[in-house]
Design a protein around this ligand. Sequence first.
Ligand SMILES: C[S@@+](CC[C@H](N)C(=O)[O-])C[C@H]1O[C@@H](n2cnc3c(N)ncnc32)[C@H](O)[C@@H]1O
Length: 228
Amino acid sequence: MSAQPNPGLADQNKSAWDHLYASTPDLIWGREPIGFLPRLLPAACDLPPGPVLDAATGEGRNLSVLLGLGRPVTACDASAAALAKIPAGVRRQVTPLVCDLACVPLPAASFALILLSDALETLPEPELILAELRRLLVPGGCLLANVPATDDGVAGVDMQPGPEGGWLYQGSYYYRFFTAAEAEALFLATGLEIVRNDDCVWDEPPHPNFRDASHRHHGRVVLARRPR
Ligand SMILES: C[S@@+](CC[C@H](N)C(=O)[O-])C[C@H]1O[C@@H](n2cnc3c(N)ncnc32)[C@H](O)[C@@H]1O
């Protein structure tokens, strides 16, 4: 797996997402949390003190669940258009932050828990992003992230082979799918300990302006800890 920066591809990808969010007042990802979260978030509750980061929050479909932990929550994304669509009642309870996950403008050891939901597979440089998220975790803090499998229901659908070993969906959005071994290696290479590594399946409805059909996701959901 390449860890070389590829700013052109990453910038093109961020721009595609920003245009998507701005293209409709509808919530692309809906209001329901991602399918694995209610089941696996409790596993992340043995946490040190500290706030929570929803990394690449999109329109914030997971924020209500995160706020349920009773900790301050920061919601960041590269897309200002996405953050503007977080429903107002939720947005006023979180700290929104427009930033690139490759370089988050916050001090090291800022968060006890980071959620990376449905985002790792969209990042052309996942190793760089995971290293940055590790920097942001307090010792003992956890990262909860899903890593779509090579037989995920959307893998290859309306996609052409793209750069960095990935695919381009509709010619614009970068995607990559991982074997179980590749998923585990990503976290271990970043210096994180794997606490849990679950095989998960969940269904998603269509996404306005993005994907017309309901679909099933399959992949690993990894709970990884920064060593104490
Ligand atoms: C598939 S969406 C998932 C959104 C949200 N986590 C969810 O589960 O609904 C992927 C998100 O990653 C964001 N993104 C892509 N590249 C990024 C980057 N380099 N830094 C920050 N956010 C990025 C996009 O703007 C988009 O909101």
